[in-house]
Design a protein around this ligand. Sequence first.
Ligand code: PLP
Length: 240
Amino acid sequence: MRRSDGLSLRDNLDAVRRRIAESARRVGRDPGAVTLVAVSKGQPPERVREALAAGVRCLGENRVAELVDKHAALGPGPEWHFVGRLQTNKVRTLLRAVPVRLVHSLDRPALAEALDREARRLGRVQPVLVQVNVSGEPTKAGLPPAEVVPFLRWVAALPGLEVQGLMTMAPPVRDPEEARPVFRRLRELLEEARRAGIPGLRMEHLSMGMSGDYQVAVEEGATLVRVGTAIFGEVGGNVG
Ligand SMILES: *Cc1c(COP(=O)(O)O)cnc(C)c1O
């Protein structure tokens, strides 16, 4: 489908993929080590189907009800990622309805306990990322950097969870270069967590970078980028 700006979803997707590959090569990384999570929040199922037909493999959603509905409409083909703030009272609904590949937003003990409990009930081990509030904005979810390693030591003992890395959101900036220190700090935290040698963790993923800053994030080591607008356009509109 062509949109009024003349760019199809497929064109957008190709451009994002090409930029990911360029950014990876610029710093000597294998472009195949970066997974694109297409954030489809707010997009109707037809539009998401179009993305899947264009080759999208991983979808990210930030609301439980929307993810559950889309999973019901689109089926188990794509990998489903949960990237938003997660209320503990919605954990059961989410995990029962959808085999979530990765919860990117574990940010507090109560949520870890709820996820662990439900995953064990379902006989699963739920992969999660710990969300970090690197920039320290008061309204933003995520643990302060200094609490990450102690939290990991505690969460590693929960048998229903497997921590696979860290996630962050950079503050909105005009120049993506301003996000670079945030991404760099998250990578340092991942290295710090690895050096702590906590048993039971698989600290391999860095989920960082969105439409405005994913190229810088890839240069700083992102293994998962969460891109919505640059693929789908603004919700109900075009790419800005
Ligand atoms: C919406 C959202 C994204 C994608 O944002 P875009 O700027 O549209 O690419 C990524 N991560 C999270 C957590 C989001 O809520």
